[in-house]
Design a protein around this ligand. Structure first.
Ligand SMILES: C=C(O[C@@H]1C=C(C(=O)O)C=C[C@H]1O)C(=O)O
Length: 175
């Protein structure tokens, strides 16, 4: 089976970190809906049980694949922190009445299914980019990927800040 045309294009365009950055961008955007799903319910922004399940899976699959589980877990911790940063900012805006809370409450379980799908993409990209991420040139590639995704996904201040929080751990020399 060949990769989808878009994936092949990304690699040929010379930035191997772009697919990871795109999925990370989608993940911080999903945090808006996660916040809406939890706001006004007993579900906390921080859910250590769910986080542990995500990180345990990441570590287990990394071991199976023969890639450094600690590196994978560190990268995923940053995805989680980035997500919570977005959730906290929505809570703040809704609490102070800066914006009206959403009338529809999305289903958290469905959102977690979507997050799991993005997690799978992110982990596959971590494996695919092992060599790229260990080089000093990773930093430039990561910065370019960041700028590309901010543009492509038209990320606002909140989400571009969150994406910035999500990406640094990708490069070995920034960890
Ligand atoms: C996204 C959620 O909120 C938080 C962020 C998580 C993540 O980014 O994977 C996991 C658990 C929560 O601490 C969630 O509860 O699913």
């Amino acid at each position: 089976a060949s990769a989808p045309a878009s994936a092949r294009y990304d690699v040929q365009a010379g930035n191997p970190l772009l697919p990871f950055a795109r999925a990370a961008g989608e993940r911080v955007v999903l945090a808006d809906k996660v916040a809406a799903a939890k706001y006004g319910t007993p579900a906390p922004i921080d859910d250590p049980v769910r986080e542990k399940a995500v990180l345990d899976r990441v570590a287990g699959i990394s071991l199976e694949w023969g890639i450094d589980p600690e590196a994978s877990v560190r990268i995923f911790r940053d995805q989680i922190e980035a997500n919570k940063l977005v959730q906290r900012e929505w809570y703040r805006r809704w609490d102070v009445g800066q914006v009206r809370p959403p009338e529809e409450r999305p289903d958290l379980a469905e959102l977690r299914t979507l997050i799991d799908q993005l997690n799978a993409v992110l982990l596959a990209e971590i494996r695919r980019t092992v060599d790229d991420r260990s080089r000093p040139s990773c930093v430039t590639k990561q910065t370019r990927a960041y700028a590309t995704v901010v543009g492509e996904q038209r990320l606002d201040g909140l989400h571009s800040m969150a994406l910035a929080r999500a990406l640094p751990s990708l490069c070995a020399m920034l960890r």
